[in-house]
Ligand binder design. Structure first.
Ligand SMILES: Nc1nc2c(c(=O)[nH]1)N[C@H]1C(S)=C(S)[C@@H](COP(=O)(O)OP(=O)(O)OC[C@H]3O[C@@H](n4cnc5c(=O)[nH]c(N)nc54)[C@H](O)[C@@H]3O)O[C@H]1N2
Ligand SMILES: Nc1nc2c(c(=O)[nH]1)N[C@H]1C(S)=C(S)[C@@H](COP(=O)(O)OP(=O)(O)OC[C@H]3O[C@@H](n4cnc5c(=O)[nH]c(N)nc54)[C@H](O)[C@@H]3O)O[C@H]1N2
Ligand SMILES: [Mo]
Length: 766
């Protein structure tokens, strides 16, 4: 599919994917071998091995992969996983996308490359400019780049015509300076990848417990009775979490997994960092697997609550924690009254789960005191994403299973610093706390009117209300929903700019003028004023710690993210503001000093971040200090979503393969699910395949119909899989074009990427 003659999605693979065996155990020696292979394929092996020795070590750098925390007893040589290695290899590659590369290939030609090939073109080395009407990116100087940006920003009729996106790899230091610049310039248009990710979690937890983050620490996994993993695939996306689950199991915890797919990582795990992980069958992780239908989670949790109410009635005080409920919460009676209106059998049908499984789960929950519930995108990326999470909170609150060792809420974050970016001010809303902090520290009044989130930013660009897009990392086009609409939105802009390490499709489907600003990566040495700098990040559990790269930068022309922000701010705001931007970016201690006074919880930042293991940010709910408006934790009432699928309609979720990092395609395999050499597959139940008169290996076009518009994603190969009836799965970003921009979580606007109603047509190409 093309817009203005530029291909907006990766081309269809020429060969059909091949099918192999589905794995029955995750990680283990094979994972190590594969990660090393990956390093060998796309990077210089020797340098990379030294780099890997520094990964997640106390004096090393934070893995640019996921946000899972590092254990205190981390392995001395290798605290990483197969997918962490791939993330490092991707950044530490010896390949380069130089000005000569861009001179050779026009934008149009580059767009004909697949997402996989684009990434493999290597690290970006120089600032590149695409002039209005130009066919190629051309080398430019940093001075010229900042001047172009300044001229544009200073010519807009309102700062609200500019949009400043952030992806979640950006450090606290860069993110803080960036939001400060954006607010000093005059807007709160700060959408981020969190808007597409855990926004629903933020909304739900802020109103139920008073903080938009989780309440557990890693140590809690080692003293818990029960872990419930919902809508998450840690074997691929947070592999180091499997070690924590394994340790929990060895200490006697049970695990319930709630997922339409029996994801291998949650079933059985061989720890590659232990000798005993290399032999034998590995540790069985999941005790009870609950194959819910897509979006059956509220019904499942309500069915459990009904059974808990029964058990409690039989033996009062045995199930619910009334002391906790009375002292710390409100709305319990109303919640119970609502649940009682439901019929158990009907809830089981809505959840797509056999009653006996629900009974087993309820029994395990009833007898456990210390429960941790983990969740990720299978829970948040739904129309009722916020309700899903509120229902999770209901269960834990009723059990008093929060603010207790071994118990609590555990949203598992995605990007390695997505949580930190939000903490230091990347948000389209200005909190009163941040407003006061900025005034106190920098003596100016930031704008108070809320800006655009990701969905609204696309709409604003599409309507012509915004004409300037700046991306601090990420790949906005491919990550967002409704690819065609988003492409139109970006292409209508006068100017789009991206700070990036690698080439991606957003560089190609650009505004009239476009800039690529290449930056240092996590693994690289960052020297400012002759002094080696380090940055800091916050992991999924609220711990802020330092990260220091040590590789030689991919090119001499690269700037660090904080320096790019500072020089842009200086060019744009010139003398309008009494802030010496470049002085701040010349020594990150100065930025951290400012954060200490501007952001609550960062007092004495520079000293505390230098302590081994970093420091923990304040977390009220962990201490049973619920910082909601009423000061109490709130039970909520959440409707069971209804999905009346017509004949021939299927629910589709868009998920990650084992060989991708969001829109970065490491390779074309999904080993655990038995897929090789291709990505255009649709997983489907064998009975449904038969019912449609199709067979495995056939090709179909996937069609969705929203807002009176048909959207088609062509040519997916059918794969028979252990997935509930009427449910299907495809990979993101290939299927994003089927998700309407208006299909999103109520109140959080997270695109509903996990439930798209589709039909299928035989593909003409097959
Ligand atoms: N290697 C690697 N690591 C990553 C990433 C990556 O792409 N690659 N991405 C990072 C980012 S930004 C994020 S946010 C995380 C994402 O981590 P995950 O959330 O684990 O990623 P997804 O592949 O989207 O998996 C969603 C899971 O939810 C299940 N699911 C889908 N719909 C439902 C539902 O309605 N109910 C239930 N109960 N389950 C459902 C799917 O079967 C799947 O197992 O990973 C981070 N880590
Ligand atoms: N259908 C569907 N859509 C989804 C999802 C889904 O599950 N289904 N998941 C959503 C989620 S959870 C998320 S978080 C978003 C992700 O959305 P984004 O964060 O926008 O996308 P990424 O693919 O992570 O970004 C990759 C690009 O980041 C750049 N990059 C890498 N490292 C660095 C760095 O250190 N600095 C800078 N400046 N740039 C760097 C590289 O140029 C690379 O091409 O996608 C969302 N979209
Ligand atoms: Mo994410």
């Amino acid at each position: 599919m093309k817009k203005n003659d530029i291909r907006i999605i990766t081309p269809i693979e020429e060969k059909a994917p091949t099918l192999g065996e589905i794995s029955d155990v995750a990680a283990g020696p094979k994972a190590v071998a594969i990660s090393l292979q990956q390093v060998g394929k796309y990077s210089d092996v020797q340098g990379c091995t030294t780099t890997l020795l520094k990964l997640n070590q106390k004096d090393g750098f934070d893995c640019p992969g996921c946000a899972w925390p590092d254990p205190e007893d981390r392995s001395a040589v290798a605290e990483y996983c197969e997918n962490g290695v791939k993330a490092v290899a991707e950044e530490a590659t010896t390949r380069r996308a130089t000005p000569a590369f861009f001179a050779k290939h026009s934008i149009k030609e580059l767009a004909e490359m697949s997402d996989f090939e684009l990434g493999k073109s290597g690290r970006l080395t120089h600032p590149m400019l695409l002039k209005a009407g130009g066919t190629h990116y051309e080398e430019t100087s940093w001075e010229e780049a900042f001047e172009i940006i300044a001229n544009k920003l200073n010519s807009l009729s309102s700062p609200n015509e500019a949009i400043f996106y952030t992806s979640g790899r950006t450090s606290n230091e860069a993110a803080f300076l960036y939001q400060l610049f954006v607010r000093a310039y005059g807007t709160n248009n700060l959408p981020d990848c969190s808007n597409m990710c855990h926004e629903a979690t933020g909304v739900a937890l802020s109103e139920t417990v008073g903080i938009g983050k989780g309440t557990v620490k890693l140590e809690d996994f080692y003293v818990t009775d029960l872990v419930i993993c919902m809508g998450q695939n840690p074997g691929t996306n947070h592999p180091r979490m499997l070690s924590a689950l394994q340790k929990a199991k060895r200490k006697g915890a049970k695990i319930i997994t709630v997922n339409p797919l029996p994801e291998v990582g949650l079933m059985r795990f061989k720890n590659p960092q232990e000798v005993r992980g290399w032999i034998g069958k590995g540790t069985k992780l999941t005790d009870l697997f609950v194959p819910v239908t897509i979006n059956g989670d509220v019904a499942f949790l309500k069915a459990i609550m009904l059974l808990l109410i029964e058990k409690e009635a039989e033996n009062p005080g045995s199930v619910f924690d009334h002391d906790f409920i009375n002292e710390y919460s409100e709305g319990f009676e109303e919640m119970i009254a609502d649940v009682k209106k439901h019929d158990f059998e009907e809830l089981c049908i809505a959840a797509g789960v056999a009653a006996i499984k629900v009974r087993k789960a309820a029994a395990m929950i009833a007898e456990s005191k210390r429960i941790i519930i983990c969740w990720a995108m299978g829970i948040t990326q739904h129309k009722n994403g916020v309700e899903n999470i509120r229902e999770i909170a209901n269960l834990l609150l009723a059990k008093g299973s929060i603010g207790l060792p071994g118990a609590g809420l555990c949203p598992v974050r995605g990007h390695s610093n997505v949580q930190g970016d939000r903490t230091v001010g990347i948000w389209e809303h200005l909190t009163p706390d941040l407003e006061a902090g900025i005034k106190r520290t920098f003596n100016f009044q930031p704008p108070t009117q809320s800006g655009y989130n990701a969905v609204n930013a696309v709409k604003a660009m599409h309507k012509g209300k915004a004409s300037f897009f700046f991306g601090m990392g990420g790949n906005f086009l491919s990550a967002m929903s409704d690819t065609e609409y988003t492409a139109e939105a970006l292409q209508q802009c006068d100017m789009t700019i991206q700070v990036s390490t690698k080439l991606n499709r957003t560089h190609l489907v650009s505004g009239k003028t476009a800039l690529i600003l290449p930056c240092l990566g996590r693994t690289e040495t960052d020297i400012q004023e002759d002094k080696e700098q380090f940055i800091s990040v916050e992991n999924s559990m609220g711990i802020v710690h330092s990260s220091r790269g040590h590789r030689e930068p991919a090119s001499e022309a690269l700037l660090s993210e904080p320096m790019i922000v500072a020089r842009m701010a200086k060019a744009v705001l010139a003398d309008k503001m009494d802030i010496d931007w470049v002085w701040y970016a010349s020594d990150y201690d100065r930025i951290r000093g400012a954060i200490s006074t501007a952001i609550t919880g960062f007092e004495d930042y520079n000293n505390r971040v230098r302590r081994e293991g970093g420091f923990y940010l304040p977390n009220g709910p962990r201490e049973r200090n619920f910082t909601t408006k009423s000061g109490k934790a709130g039970f909520t009432i959440n409707a069971v979503p209804e999905h009346d699928l017509e004949e021939g309609n299927y629910k589709m979720m868009t998920i990650r393969s084992h060989d991708q990092y969001n829109t970065t395609i490491y390779d074309l395999n999904d080993r655990y699910r038995g897929i090789h050499n291709g990505r255009r597959v649709v997983f489907m139940n064998a009975e449904d395949i038969k019912k449609e008169g199709l067979k495995q290996g056939d090709f179909v076009d996937l069609v969705s119909f929203y807002d009176e518009k048909e959207r088609v994603a062509p040519h997916f190969m059918i794969v028979a899989y252990d997935i509930p009836l009427r449910c299907t799965a495809t990979y993101f970003p290939e299927a994003n074009m089927l998700v309407s921009i208006n299909s999103k979580a109520d109140r959080a606007d997270t695109p509903a990427s996990k439930l798209v109603v589709i039909t299928m047509r035989r593909s003409e190409k097959s």
